[in-house]
Design a protein around this ligand. Structure first.
Ligand SMILES: Nc1ncnc2c1ncn2[C@@H]1O[C@H](COP(=O)(O)OP(=O)(O)OP(=O)(O)O)[C@@H](O)[C@H]1O
Ligand SMILES: [Mg+2]
Length: 431
């Protein structure tokens, strides 16, 4: 097979420096050595864990793509170094799951942490946990038990009702004993990460709140157990602050701000250096500094969307360049105008396709008024000449999320909506 040079080589890079994955400990190309900033937030989260002799429950919130999962990955790595046993996988709090599922997932997470830290874990506590976890997983880890688990009735047929009822009857005791085992074996505690309160509707966030309340004493407030719940600001605040019983056992949610421009520039510089092919000289960026500054303003902290735009734009230009033969490391950085022109065109096509022409026209009307200003539903009614229910329906359609972001709510103020960076790239003429 002939080896075609891959396009990033033209920038002296092993691959794309604009990947959008969260950083994690053992990953080769997305390692935690690429982490920047957030030292205060990191200390805050770690102090709650390491300073608590019983257990802790914390929430990390922030707008989409701002760096929540990555921060928690760093917390987990530091906690592991400090002697905590950490579940290898995060727990997904899906809208369909019942509170019994949540209990099963917490048990499964603690079991995962025990077996990951101690391959030869033995004893009755571990064995009973293993049986319960296997039957929970065997049933898809998704047991539908009434509306809110503990208070509901088993809604499965007779043949499969046994594992849920075993979990219901024995789960809390088995979990308690398993945590006791971990502490006896020398764990400082067990750390779990609940990661799916992302972009969910208010209704689903309220259900998550109910689930947390239902399992509070059986699965959340346990000696040696440390939990971090992660999600978008409104979802986390609803889930954790809605019921006093849950609020009282969680510390105040930590709401992440956007990284500064200097931190984002540092983040990218680290990626360029980590992916550098020929390390004999300095590593220039594939794009002009002006590109990063302008994208930073447009995306307001949504790193994932900003990185995606960078990758899309550079790849598009690289494909064009590839028609000619280019010596490795010889391409000049892409200018602001070149990248924004390409992105304007490609994002337009993509958004129009995703949103349909009616919604696209409405976004054009919004951008013509002021693309950078947040709007309330009332203001959008005027711009779009539509009724309140029609506006609300458009904004709540999950498909609109690529173009419109609801800002975190302040008290009882009306929710404000903003065009996303991707939408503004598509709507605004770049030159
Ligand atoms: N502090 C940081 N240092 C370096 N890179 C970061 C940092 N925070 C985030 N990133 C990078 O930014 C991107 C988005 O981060 P992450 O997935 O953690 O965000 P998120 O808030 O969890 O997103 P979502 O809302 O989509 O779940 C990833 O590519 C990640 O590697
Ligand atoms: Mg995330």
């Amino acid at each position: 097979m002939t080896h075609r040079p891959h396009p990033w080589q033209a920038y002296n890079l092993r691959g794309s420096p604009y990947f959008q994955d969260s950083l994690s400990r053992n990953a080769r190309n997305t390692s935690l050595s690429l982490f920047v900033g957030r030292q205060r937030e990191l200390q805050k989260l770690l102090i709650r864990i390491e300073g608590s002799l019983t257990g802790s429950r914390q929430a990390v919130a922030g707008r989409p793509g701002i760096g929540k999962t990555t921060l928690v990955e760093v917390v987990k790595a530091e906690a592991r170094d400090a002697g905590y046993w950490v579940a290898p996988k995060s727990i997904a709090l899906t809208p369909e799951a019942s509170s019994l599922d949540l209990l099963g997932q917490v048990l499964s997470g603690v079991y995962g942490a025990v077996t990951a830290a101690c391959a030869s874990a033995l004893g009755p506590e571990v064995e009973t946990a293993q049986q319960l976890v296997s039957s929970f997983r065997l049933h898809g880890g998704g047991l539908t038990v009434g509306a809110f688990g503990f208070s509901g009735s088993v809604s499965r047929s007779e043949e499969v009702s046994q594992p849920p009822s075993a979990l219901l009857l024995d789960g809390p005791r088995v979990l308690h004993n398993l945590l006791g085992y971990a502490l006896e074996q020398g764990a400082q505690g067990v750390l779990l990460h609940l990661n799916n309160l992302e972009n969910i509707s208010t209704d689903h966030a309220q259900k998550a709140a109910d689930k947390l309340r239902a399992v509070r004493d059986q699965a959340l407030v346990l000696e040696g157990l440390h939990l971090i719940v992660v999600g978008t600001t409104d979802a986390v605040c609803t889930a954790v602050l809605r019921h006093p019983q849950v609020r009282s056992v969680f510390s105040e949610p930590l709401v992440l701000d956007a990284l500064s421009l200097a931190e984002v520039e540092h983040l990218l510089q680290k990626r360029y250096e980590a992916l550098q092919l020929d390390t004999s000289g300095p590593q220039p960026a594939p794009v002009d500094a002006a590109v990063i500054q302008e994208l930073y303003e447009l995306f307001r902290g949504d790193l994932r969307a900003m990185l995606r735009a960078l990758e899309d734009g550079v790849v598009e230009l690289l494909i064009t360049e590839q028609q000619q033969t280019i010596a490795p490391g010889s391409l000049a950085p892409i200018s602001r105008d070149a990248l924004f022109t390409v992105l304007h065109g490609s994002q337009r096509v993509e958004l129009k396709r995703q949103l349909g022409s009616a919604t696209w026209k409405r976004l054009e009307a919004w951008a013509a008024k002021d693309a950078a200003a947040p709007q309330t539903q009332k203001q959008l009614q005027k711009i779009w000449k539509l009724s309140q229910p029609a506006v609300s329906q458009i904004l709540q359609d999950p498909g609109s999320a690529v173009a419109v972001e609801a800002l975190p709510r302040h008290g009882n103020d009306p929710i404000q909506y903003l065009l996303t960076g991707a939408a503004r790239l598509a709507l605004l003429d770049p030159c």
